[in-house]
Design a protein around this ligand. Structure first.
Ligand code: GLN
Length: 473
C-alpha cells in the first residue's frame, strides 16, 4: 500500500531520493514467512520506515543530498539503521533533505526540492523535509529524521505530524553523517505520539561506539504513554509570544494551553531570558563544528572527486607563463596538484549553503576571532541550559510554538539565508541545551495549513514528554 502511494504521489511531493521497492517487498515477504512459521518477530515487524539519507545503510547509497556523496556507499550500518533491521522494520526508501542537513526547507538538496503534501507550492520545512512529507502524505507510517537545530520538529510542525528530538545522547550517532556533532540527534516521525514512542523505543539505547551515548536503560515508552500526567505543571514562556508570531499560530497554541488547563494542568509563566540569543549562538557553534566535520570531504577519503583535467591544464598554463617570464622560482610555487584537486572537488561537490557554513565556521574558529565568537557562543549556550534548569525546577514541561508561522512558499526564503536562519527561533534552544522536545499538530490555519505545538522536557524525560503530548492528542 505504501509503495502504491509513493508511486501515485511522490512524483509531485519528491519526498524520496531512492525507493527500493524490490528490496522492501523481499524484506516484507521474509518477515511474513517468519511470522507464518511462528518465529518471534521484532517490535517493528513489517512496518515500513523511511530513513533520512544521512544515516549509513550498507545496502544503499548515503548521499546526504549532496553531490559530494552522490555515489557513496557505506561499508557498515549506522546503529540506528542496524536497530531498525533488528526490529524487523521494512526499510522502504531514503528521504530527501537539505544538503548535509543544513537548511530549513529541503530546498538545499542537490537533487530535488520536496513539496508540502498540504500545499505543493509550499515547503515541508527542513532539513528532514523528505521524512516529514513521506509520513504526512501517508507514503510511510514512520520515518527517521535528524534534528540539529529543529530539523525534526519544524518539518513535523509544518506537515501536521508528530516529530521528536530525544535528549542528546539518547539515540546513537554512530554512522550518522556528522553536521554539528554536539547538537545532532536522531529521532522519530509518526502520525501519532504512540507510533513515535514505538519507533523511539526501537532506536534508543546505549552504544559503546558513540562516546556521547548515554548509558541508561531505555524506558518502555509504549507501556506508559497512555497514562495521563496527574498534577502536570506546564510552563509558558512569555518571550515565545513576542512580535513576529503569526496570530493564527498564537491562537492555536493558546487554545492548546486551554485544553491542558481543562485536563487539570496548572499553567505557570517561566522566563527563558537567554532564548533570544539562541539563533545567534547556534549559527556560530553549528557552522564551526560543520567546518571541522566537513574537512574530510577532500576527494581522497570519500565520494566525489572533481575531474582533474581542467585544473591540471590551468596549472600547466600558469607554470608556462611564469617560466616564459623567467620566474622559475615562482613557477615552482604554483599550487601543488593535490591542493588544486582538493579545491576543485570542494568547489564542485558542495552547494552554496554548505560553503557558506564552512566559511562562517572557519572564520569563527580562526585565531583572533575564536574568543570573540566561538567561546562567547559557548558561554551563551551554558546560560540557555541554565535557564532551562531553573524553569524545570518549577514546571514539568514547557509548551509553546514550533515556528512563528505556517509552511512558507518554495523559493520564498532560499536566497535570504538570514531569514531562513530566523525560522529556527523556537527550536534551536533545545539542541543547545541537549533537552528532549516534541512537535505535534494543534490546529490548521484558515488557508488549511497545519500548526504545530512544541513541548520541551528536562534531560532524559522523554517518557514524561510523550505522556504529556499524548494527553493533549
Ligand atoms: N535549520 C537549521 C540549520 O539550518 C537546523 C538544521 C538541522 O536541525 N539539521 O542549521
Amino acid at each position: 500500500a505504501c509503495l502504491e502511494r509513493i508511486e501515485r504521489h511522490d512524483a509531485t511531493i519528491g519526498a524520496f531520493l531512492r525507493v527500493d521497492a524490490a528490496r522492501a517487498l523481499d524484506q516484507a515477504a521474509a518477515i511474513d514467512r517468519r511470522r507464518q512459521a511462528g518465529e518471534p518477530l521484532g517490535p517493528l515487524a513489517g512496518l515500513p520506515v523511511a530513513v533520512k539519507d544521512v544515516l549509513c545503510d550498507r545496502d544503499t547509497i548515503t548521499s546526504c543530498a549532496s553531490r559530494m556523496l552522490a555515489e557513496f556507499r557505506s561499508p557498515y550500518d549506522s546503529t540506528v539503521v542496524g536497530k531498525l533491521k533488528q526490529a524487523d522494520a521494512v526499510l522502504i526508501g531514503r528521504t530527501n533533505m537539505d544538503e548535509f542537513a543544513m537548511g530549513g526547507s529541503t530546498e538545499n538538496s542537490a537533487f530535488q526540492p520536496t513539496r508540502n503534501p498540504w500545499d505543493p507550492t509550499r515547503t515541508p520545512g527542513g532539513s528532514s523535509g523528505g521524512s516529514a512529507a513521506a509520513v504526512a502524505a501517508r507514503m510511510a507510517p514512520l520515518a527517521i529524521g535528524t534534528d540539529t537545530g529543529g530539523s525534526i520538529r519544524q518539518p513535523a510542525g509544518l506537515c501536521g505530524i508528530v516529530g521528536m528530538k530525544p535528549t542528546y545522547g539518547r539515540v546513537s550517532r554512530f554512522g550518522l553523517v556528522a553536521f554539528a556533532s554536539s547538537l545532532d540527534q536522531v529521532g522519530p516521525f509518526a502520525t501519532t505520539t504512540e507510533d513515535a514512542a514505538l519507533l523511539l523505543e526501537a532506536i534508543s539505547g546505549h552504544d559503546p561506539r558513540d562516546s556521547t551515548s548515554i548509558n541508561q536503560p531505555t524506558p518502555r515508552y509504549t507501556e506508559s504513554i497512555n497514562k495521563p500526567l496527574a498534577g502536570l505543571k506546564l510552563g509558558v514562556v512569555p518571550e515565545h509570544f513576542g512580535a513576529g508570531l503569526d496570530p493564527e499560530v498564537a491562537s492555536s497554541v493558546r487554545a492548546a494551553i486551554e485544553v491542558y488547563k481543562s485536563l487539570g494542568a496548572e499553567v505557570k509563566e517561566v522566563p527563558l531570558p537567554h532564548g533570544k540569543y539562541g539563533v545567534a549562538a547556534y549559527y556560530v557553534i553549528a557552522p564551526s563544528e560543520a567546518s571541522s566535520n566537513l574537512a574530510r570531504y577532500d576527494g581522497v577519503h570519500f565520494g566525489f572527486r572533481a575531474d582533474q583535467s581542467a585544473a591540471l591544464a590551468e596549472l600547466a598554463a600558469e607554470r608556462q607563463e611564469l617560466i616564459a617570464a623567467g620566474k622559475t622560482a615562482a613557477a615552482d610555487n604554483v599550487d601543488a596538484p593535490l591542493v588544486r584537486m582538493y579545491r576543485s572537488t570542494r568547489e564542485a561537490g558542495f552547494g552554496a549553503e554548505v560553503k557558506r557554513r564552512i566559511m562562517l565556521g572557519a572564520y569563527a574558529l580562526s585565531a583572533g576571532y575564536y574568543d570573540a565568537y566561538y567561546l562567547k557562543a559557548l558561554k551563551v549556550r551554558r546560560l540557555i541550559r541554565r535557564d532551562f534548569d531553573e524553569a524545570f525546577q518549577q514546571v514539568d514541561l514547557i509548551v509553546g510554538p514550533v515556528t512563528a508561522g505556517p509552511a512558507f512558499k518554495l523559493g520564498e526564503m532560499v536566497d535570504d539565508p538570514l531569514a531562513m536562519y530566523l525560522v529556527d527561533l523556537y527550536t534551536v534552544s533545545a539542541n543547545l541545551a541537549g533537552i528532549p522536545a516534541l512537535s505535534l499538530p494543534c490546529g490548521v490555519t484558515k488557508a488549511g495549513l497545519p500548526i504545530g505545538l512544541q513541548l520541551q522536557a528536562p534531560p532524559l524525560a522523554e517518557e514524561r514528554l510523550l505522556r504529556g503530548a499524548r494527553m493533549y492528542e
